[in-house]
Design a protein around this ligand. Structure first.
Ligand code: PMV
Length: 365
């Protein structure tokens, strides 16, 4: 499918009032996306686990704006935003920009006043990026309205368009519609993959990766000093950019084999290398920056020590921040959770962490 396929056709039905609620997940990339060109086109393909407990729940109430003869339709979306029960005017510019970017594909949004009510399952300012789940939740609510306006839309189209729209809000949000594994970015080895939207990983996955666990260690809950969009931009003219984009695509090829054959030792090596390479890109950009904190490194060393001593399959990955995602198979859950509680939590702010598993994607509520 190409961009033109996502421009909504003339609506068939008339809807005056509607309300939809969606729960959409956060995700954690195994092969990372870092670097893009306009409009939100990734420089390499990425793959992520969809999470289960870390999600956003968003309701949008739509009310049709009466047309007054002689006046022209508004050219910008009309909306109010409430986050965890409170009006949030400081989040509005980001959402307004998102609506501006997508109105070409969803012109019907200009016909409605939208009241948006959103909440996250994870604590606010936990350092967990909420843009992926936040943007995908809005996209799913819009697609619910679009489906009522055009009842012949298929589920496959709805998922693709929701991912396409979410991507225009935040790149990684394109991977927050479906689960348990989603690929975003065109890749010759992944059937159906596209730069425009995320697709469910199409091959059969080895049972060792079923119900895989991810415990997020909250090392630093402050807003990060360098945003992802600045970080992505620093990949333009980055001395290692070309090599990195090639490596990521090669790694996607590798991980696709690993996900099918269940070679967990290779999984661990690839996932940790991806995390450290992402941060190496930050360390070597101009200007350079560091998002890891001393406790991020303490945790990594403790994980390596534990893995060695216990012949464990624990490993870590990192987002664009200081928090550590601890990944492990469900079969080792009991002992690893004890290790997290007794040892790793000492390196977290207020000993806080969030236990999660891989999930199946967005749900209508
Ligand atoms: O979606 P963005 O623009 O916030 O970028 C996120 C990039 C990483 O989280 C660091 C990696 C990824 O693939 O999710």
């Amino acid at each position: 499918m190409n961009t033109a396929d996502f421009i909504s056709k003339k609506t068939l039905e008339t809807i005056i009032n509607a309300s939809y609620t969606w729960q959409t997940p956060s995700n954690i990339a195994l092969v990372k996306y870092w670097g893009k060109s306009e409009p939100q086109i990734p420089k390499n393909a990425s793959i992520s686990f969809t999470l289960n407990n870390c999600h956003t729940i968003t309701t949008i109430d739509f009310e049709k704006i009466p047309t007054i003869t002689g006046t022209s339709k508004s050219r910008t979306a009309t909306f109010e935003l409430f986050f965890e029960g409170k009006k949030k005017d400081d989040f509005k510019p980001k959402i307004a920009k998102f609506f501006e970017r997508i109105q070409e594909y969803c012109p019907y949004i200009l016909d409605y006043k939208m009241m948006i009510y959103s909440e996250n399952s994870f604590p606010h300012s936990s350092g967990i990026a909420s843009s992926a789940s936040g943007m995908s939740a809005i996209a799913m609510c819009l697609l619910s309205l679009e489906k009522e306006l055009n009842p012949n839309l298929t589920t496959d189209f709805i998922n693709k368009k929701a991912s396409f729209l979410a991507r225009l809000g935040s790149g990684s949000a394109s991977r927050s519609i479906e689960g348990p594994l989603v690929v975003w970015g065109k890749h010759p080895e992944i059937k159906g993959s596209s730069d425009l939207y995320g697709v469910k990983y199409p091959n059969k996955v080895h049972p060792i990766f079923e119900n895989y666990c991810d415990t997020i260690l909250l090392v630093d809950k402050e807003e990060k000093q360098v945003s992802s969009s600045i970080g992505h931009n620093l990949m333009h003219n980055h001395p290692y950019a070309t090599q990195r984009f090639k490596q990521a695509n090669d790694n996607l090829n590798q991980i696709s084999k690993i996900l099918q054959n269940g070679n967990i030792k290779k999984f661990i090596a690839l996932v940790e290398s991806e995390a450290l390479t992402l941060h190496a890109m930050m360390l070597t950009s101009n200007p350079y920056f560091i998002l890891m904190k001393p406790n991020t490194l303490e945790i990594i060393n403790k994980i390596w020590e534990y893995r060695e001593q216990n012949n464990s399959n624990i490993c870590f990955t990192l987002d664009a921040g200081a928090n550590v995602h601890v990944l492990y198979p469900n079969s080792e859950k009991k002992e690893i959770e004890l290790f997290i509680k007794n040892t790793l939590s000492n390196y977290c702010q207020k000993k806080q962490y969030i236990t999660d598993t891989v999930g199946l994607g967005s749900k209508k509520i």
